[in-house]
Design a protein around this ligand. Structure first.
Ligand code: GLU
Length: 460
């Protein structure tokens, strides 16, 4: 069997990390099985769906490298197909028209609630063999209801939740078409999953209640349902369900805040799936290891500090040239022109940066004016060290501009003045980089422009 998975987001509100995890797993499963990953936009809620939300989905997936093999398909463009299946179901007697008015439905619900029963449609209009149909009210357009099986139960082996059994008594006859003929949500999902030949549905567990209804429609249409894996919710740091309303950020904002796609993929992968104790892994390792058997059963909690830490590990592991590409773009946006020193600068600083934004802040110091931190300047640039700074400036004038030669010049200055390394290195760093907290002085200076270094040292 060739694996076919899908991600089926509704473009209502901006997709956040918790939602896009539901794209990561079906994508990874398809990739790991040599299968096909499909993107389907469930945009039938016309009031709440927006193009801007679709754009964030597409952009977020592109950024994270979750490329679909097929799609995006839009449900609004498949209306004719749904109507065709409804017509076929009418022909086969799988559905029936229901003329119960909204007022009558409300009254029914109230009666049931008063009797402490679960509110459900009572089957008033369901045709029964040997029973005459009630007279059809004039001028009323009916809804079409699916004849849910009577008796028995729906059972499936959920890859996350285990065996689930729901009695058909719990399921009333679902409306699949509204009075104007438009199809309803659960029905469209089934038609799509059939037409797109989906073998594994991996989605949020807010859909568990829909699954038995969907399975019954599958079977009525003569198809076997796919394998289901319902992922537990992602909670925010306060322990509430992650949502835009309580502060979740759109996926693309993480890109704008300097996170690496591989870092976010790694973090999200672990948020609900595990491979032993492995915390940090590459995209390739993830695809090699991913399976449905190690999905977590309990809700995962988003942790910003951990995301930053995971990203920092990926910053260290990312080749200098790749980082230079990302940092170069950021600096360009800030109006800073870079040059071929940038990869080495990234290599020197990446160990101390958890995002590309932080790395860009460091790199920018090599390309523009630097204002020494006032406190650090007062602390380190003292009268006792000024003669040494002047001597170093003199020596650097004619020195070959390599780390080794610069290191020699620094050592010679120390020998001549009797100062210790930090006594000279700290003020020079403050002057050249603005702060004393930098990698080794010879490395930093060798990546700086000589004239700028000399200007800065002479300003002491
Ligand atoms: N459109 C649904 C959602 O965004 C997902 C439906 C599904 O995966 O079956 O929650």
């Amino acid at each position: 069997m060739k694996v076919r998975t899908r991600f089926a987001p509704s473009p209502t509100g901006f997709i956040h990390l918790g939602n896009i995890r539901s794209a990561l797993y079906p994508w990874a499963f398809a990739r790991s099985q040599g299968g096909t990953f499909i993107l389907r936009i469930e945009d039938t809620d016309l009031e709440r769906s927006t193009q801007a939300a679709v754009d964030v989905i597409l952009e977020g997936m592109r950024w994270l490298g979750l490329d679909p093999d097929e799609g995006p398909f839009y449900q609004m463009q498949r209306m004719d197909r749904y109507r065709e299946v409804i017509a076929q179901m009418r022909q086969q007697g799988l559905v029936y028209p229901c003329y119960m008015s909204v007022a009558a439905l409300d009254a029914l619900r109230e009666r049931q609630m008063a009797n402490k029963e679960k509110p459900r449609y009572d089957g008033t209009w369901r045709p029964e063999p040997g029973q005459a149909a009630a007279p059809v009210p004039e001028g009323v357009q009916p809804v079409w209801r699916f004849k849910n099986p009577i008796g028995g139960s729906v059972v499936w082996d959920d890859k996350v939740k285990g065996r689930i059994e729901i009695s058909n008594e719990e399921l009333d006859d679902l409306v699949i078409a509204r009075p104007d003929g438009t199809p309803t949500y659960n029905f469209c999902v089934v038609v799509d999953d059939i037409d797109m030949e989906i073998t594994h549905v991996i989605r949020g567990d807010d859909h568990v209640n829909n699954t038995p209804r969907q399975i019954n429609i599958f079977r009525a249409l003569g198809k076997e349902p796919p394998v289901y894996a319902h992922l537990p919710t992602v909670l925010n740091e306060q322990g509430e369900k992650m949502s835009k309303r309580n502060g979740a950020k759109p996926v693309t904002q993480y890109r704008d805040e300097g996170y690496l796609a591989d870092g976010v993929v790694n973090y999200l992968a672990r948020l609900g799936w595990s491979h032993g104790d492995d915390e940090i892994f590459s995209r390739e390792q993830f695809l090699e290891w991913f399976d449905l058997d190690h999905l977590g059963k309990s809700a995962a909690q988003f942790d910003d500090a951990k995301l930053r830490w995971v990203n920092a590990q990926h910053m260290k592991a990312t080749p200098d040239a790749t980082l230079a590409g990302l940092v170069g773009d950021l600096l360009k946006q800030r109006g800073v022109t870079t040059d071929d020193r940038l990869p080495a600068i990234c290599g020197l600083f990446k160990d101390r940066c958890d995002t590309t934004l932080v790395l860009a802040d460091w790199a920018q110091r090599f390309y523009g004016d630097v204002t020494p931190n006032a406190d650090e300047a007062a602390k380190h640039i003292t009268d006792g060290v000024r003669p040494a700074i002047a001597m170093l400036a003199k020596m650097l004038e004619g020195c070959p501009w390599t780390k080794e030669a610069i290191g020699e010049a620094v050592k010679e200055t120390l020998r001549a003045t009797g100062l210790k390394m930090p006594q000279l290195a700290m003020p020079v760093r403050v002057l050249v980089m603005g702060t004393a907290q930098t990698p080794s002085l010879d490395a930093v200076l060798s990546l700086s422009v000589r004239d700028k270094v000399l200007d800065r040292l002479r300003s002491a």
